[in-house]
Write a protein that binds this ligand. Structure first.
Ligand code: CAO
Length: 427
């Protein structure tokens, strides 16, 4: 008897994955629960265990190719269980265990449900919509020409834009502004005219980063506030207590210290721990403090989240950070640890640079960029003294945060780094 093993549902809203590695070949004997391939979604990687047993007679999944839930992965002959019963086997919750995907609310990666196109809309015909409707569409990152109009003569109304946005949000993510896509299409066809090129398909992390960054950059009015903190004392502290943190399994880095400081900063400045809801014209202030930390991996940028940092010590944060960054780099990050950030920190200082302007990670309202701390001459009490100065750059959503508040927020972080005891004054 031959049975097909089909890709099971791995997590809510994940209906498509990319096969990164096949772990079995035709002729192999597979057992139930044996991992048969590695896959990745745009946020996590995992092994997929077989739900059938027998000899592999055919493999239909291909490395590097997308696979949808229900697609046949392989055919086995023998005493295999019915493919319909396929379910990911329960994974032990070890640190090095493969990602446990089931029942985790995941960001939607499904294709947008087809939306009925408005009748007789020709691409170069201007869409009938009032300026206020166009403005709303622009603000929430929707191309008004994508919205089916229900008003007289196919006119697009405010309600049409809102329901289109709600549907897009439910189906995938808000629609993206089309201009950058058009620009990159043009440049890719032009590229071959001037010499040899190599075209490599984007992996899922790159695709997701590209979509998110375009969305963020084209819909959020960013401003970046720069400042510098004297971390000479922090460096002394790191040297003094580094071993203790190492013994606990972490690394006492500037990132870990900043993550902890941010918990207090975000409580003091709640607009930095908020999201804007343009449709409802509301701002959501979050009462939990989850910090996303940008991690550089060979798949691209991943942002695992340290949750409830206000309840954790610097040592706990340092250990968690170290483990999360390692898991992200080893493709073992769990989907649930990539979600729920209320604020993000991006530290490029380990690599170098004097400053940069980070892009906000929607739906957050701000992101803190950290560049390389360097010894600089600082004029103190009538003389230059060598001090270690850490450049900070805070990008913020100017719809939610005013410039003066951004300056105060960064100053607060600077003061906390320079005078940590000041934290005890009113906290
Ligand atoms: N200034 C000077 N030195 C710094 C520093 C800074 N701002 N930040 C880190 N360093 C040093 C550390 O002290 C460490 O030095 P030692 O090895 O001598 O102790 C070294 O750089 C490496 O640090 P690390 O990377 O191990 O630890 P971290 O906690 O500082 O950073 C992480 C962790 C995950 C943030 C980092 O590894 C990383 O991936 N950074 C890149 C983030 C990124 O890609 N951002 C861009 C997002 S937008 O595209």
């Amino acid at each position: 008897m031959s049975v097909e093993f089909k890709l099971p549902a791995l997590a809510e809203n994940v209906d498509k994955v990319t096969v990164t590695k096949l772990l079995v070949a035709v002729g192999d004997d597979v057992r139930k629960d044996q991992p048969v391939m590695e896959i990745e979604t745009d946020k996590a990687s995992t092994e997929v265990p077989s739900s059938v047993s027998g000899k592999v007679t055919e493999i239909r999944a291909r490395e590097g190719q997308p696979l949808r839930v229900g697609d046949v992965v392989m055919v086995v002959s023998g005493n295999g269980a019915p493919a319909e019963a396929a379910k990911p086997a329960p994974q032990p919750q070890r640190q090095d265990a493969p990602v446990k995907l089931e029942a985790v609310p995941a960001p939607r990666v499904t294709a947008p449900a087809p939306v009925a196109a408005p009748a007789a809309r020709v691409s170069n015909t201007p869409v009938p919509a009032s300026p206020s409707v166009r403005r709303l569409a622009r603000e929430i990152g929707i191309d008004v020409s994508d919205v089916p109009g229900t008003g007289p003569g196919g006119r697009v109304t405010i309600e049409d834009v809102k329901s289109f946005s709600r549907q897009a949000r439910n189906d995938v993510r808000p629609a993206r502004a089309p201009a950058p896509v058009a620009a990159s299409l043009a440049s890719s066809s032009e590229a071959t005219a001037f010499g040899e090129v190599e075209r490599i398909p984007m992996n899922s992390v790159r695709r997701r980063t590209s979509e998110n960054m375009t969305h963020a950059w084209t819909t959020i009015p960013h401003v970046t506030q720069f400042d510098k903190a004297d971390i000479t004392g922090v460096e002394r502290f790191r040297q003094q207590y580094g071993k203790r943190v190492e013994a606990a399994g972490g690394k006492l880095t500037v990132t870990a210290i900043l993550v902890k400081l941010l918990a207090t900063a975000l409580k003091k400045f709640p607009q930095f721990n908020a999201s804007i809801d343009v449709l409802a014209q509301e701002i959501t202030y979050k009462k939990y403090y989850n910090i996303g930390v940008a991690v550089d991996t060979d798949r691209g940028l991943l942002v695992p989240v340290v949750r409830n940092v206000d309840t954790k010590s610097v040592i706990e944060i340092a250990v968690e950070l170290q483990e999360m960054a390692a898991r992200a780099r080893e493709k073992k990050n769990r989907l649930e640890e990539m979600q729920g950030a209320t604020f993000t920190i991006s530290n490029l200082g380990g690599i170098g640079g004097t400053s940069f302007t980070p892009i906000i990670n929607p739906p957050e309202a701000a992101i803190l960029g950290v560049s390389r701390g360097r010894i600089e001459p600082v004029y103190i009490d009538g003389a230059f003294q060598p001090r270690t100065m850490l450049p900070l750059s805070l990008s913020y959503d100017h719809r939610v945060i005013d410039g003066a508040d951004a300056a105060r927020f960064v100053r607060w972080i600077v003061d906390a780094l320079e005078q940590p005891l000041s934290l005890l004054l009113d906290n």
